[in-house]
Design a protein around this ligand. Structure first.
Ligand code: AMP
Ligand code: MG
Length: 434
């Protein structure tokens, strides 16, 4: 770690770039994962319950896929070596029909072919299938086709062409999606070894916060961050420990963080890390572990605390701590930009990154070089059908509605300056096919 990403960095020191913050987080996550031996904690789960879980080891195929050579088309199977090479027009006699699922077929003879359905086993000695629509059939049981329309070996799927027995069908670290579950089923695999879910504790800090069970008093606001965090974590399938609202006093903070770190692998708090407010949190963190209070060159989400808390019995391994800013949009932005990938990485996922897509901006966007901005964007098509992005308008970090109205982040990178209409910008789309 270089000086600028040291976890003990002073609160008032230089701004940390988003990429330096990510690197420091990734580094600590890797060490924590090794220390906690998280990759040794495994669940065996039924296939239907494995969606979103993270695969604990390469899943090898027990069979060849497809299990036998078979036809890729409805058509006629024949042996290309036995065609009369002097003839341009080929005539073959239909000897038999083989359907998908049928386990044996009559032997082919010279001048003959076998009618096959898609997925039917290739009859012995046949290497090629001519699709039905490329042939003409006569009433006397002959089919005819021009020799030019087909090359030897066409329309035949070979045994093991998709996957060979013993080869990895799904790789370690994969976050399982619907296609993986279908693939495992196609191999006859009914249970999967996945990493145990990491436990994530969430809490909200602030004297102004009010729970839904209480009457909203003057000067108070409902605690919404714990609910967005809960939903974000729930979607990713982690085990969530809700530690409620914590008052801004050293005693309450100490009690809450100690209790949470006894149970959880990770603690995520929101609020209480901005200048002037961080003193209590900072004091407690100095007692409980090693936490850096960062000023990140980004918008929104500038202040963030990150580090690890010393193990408290019964736990024997440190707890990762994310102290997110209090502003509701900043919570979501910092979660997506730092916490999400870190949690997936800690839980053994190999590729947690979300892809960036480049689109043209429909409007001018003011942007200062030297910080990364995550603006809330809406994708749309103009009259010519061109995909464009515009902002949701007001970008205040407290305006949670702007997150709801958006369907992507417009990411304006560290060195980027003002954006003119038509400039290409990177976006991160909230929802794809799931
Ligand atoms: P802080 O980072 O604690 O200074 O909070 C920044 C802003 O976010 C303040 O306006 C807080 O009232 C608001 N805020 C902090 N925590 C929450 C929360 N849990 N839910 C909703 N708003 C919050
Ligand atoms: Mg506060």
């Amino acid at each position: 770690m270089n000086k600028s990403v040291n976890a003990n960095q002073e609160f008032q020191s230089d701004f940390l770039s988003v990429s330096a913050a990510r690197a420091a987080i990734s580094d600590l996550i890797r060490k924590t994962q090794e220390h906690a031996k998280l990759k040794e904690a495994i669940d065996i789960v039924p296939l239907k319950e494995s969606l979103g879980r993270i695969v604990a080891g390469d899943i090898l195929s027990p069979i060849d896929v497809p299990p036998t050579d078979n036809s890729a088309m409805d058509g006629f199977a024949f042996n290309s070596n036995e065609l009369d090479s002097n003839q341009d027009q080929i005539h073959l006699r239909i000897i038999a029909t083989v359907y998908a699922g049928q386990t044996h077929s009559p032997a082919i003879e010279v001048g003959g072919c076998i009618k096959v359905m898609t997925g039917a086993m290739m009859p012995a000695n046949c290497d090629t299938v001519i699709p039905q629509e490329s042939t003409t059939s006569n009433t006397n049981g002959l089919i005819s086709f021009s020799k030019d329309v087909i090359r030897p070996g066409e329309n035949r799927r070979l045994r093991g062409e998709d996957l060979q027995a013993g080869k990895a069908a799904i790789h370690q670290g994969r976050v399982l999606r619907a296609a993986d579950i279908g693939l495992a089923a196609s191999l006859g695999i009914s249970t999967l070894a996945v990493y145990k879910k990491i436990k994530v504790a969430i809490l909200s800090s602030g004297d102004e916060l009010c729970g839904m069970e209480e009457q909203l008093q003057a000067g108070k606001i409902y605690d919404s961050n714990r609910f967005s965090l809960y939903a974000l974590l729930d979607r990713l399938g982690f085990e969530i420990i809700d530690c409620g609202i914590v008052r801004d006093t050293p005693e309450d903070l100490r009690k809450a963080f100690s209790a949470a770190s006894q149970k959880a692998d990770v603690i995520i708090s929101s609020g209480g890390v901005s200048v002037g407010e961080a003193d209590f949190t900072k004091q407690i963190m100095d007692e409980l572990g090693e936490v850096g209070f960062w000023k990140i060159a980004m918008r929104p989400g500038r202040p963030m605390a990150f580090g690890s808390l010393k193990p408290l019995s019964p736990k024997t391994t440190p707890t990762v701590f994310f102290g997110l800013p209090g502003n509701p949009v900043a919570v979501m932005v910092t979660f997506y930009q730092f916490v999400r990938n870190a949690l997936l990485q800690l839980n053994g996922a190999s590729k947690p990154e979300i892809p960036l897509v480049s689109v043209q901006s429909a409007q001018a966007i003011r942007k200062k070089s030297g910080r990364t901005e995550f603006q809330r964007g809406v994708l749309f098509r103009d009259q010519e059908g061109k995909l464009l992005v515009k902002t949701t308008g007001s970008q205040g970090a407290g305006i949670l509605r702007s997150m709801g109205e958006a369907d992507c982040f417009i990411i304006l990178h560290h060195d980027q300056g003002n954006i003119a209409p038509g400039d290409w910008v990177d976006v991160e789309i909230f929802d794809g096919l799931l």
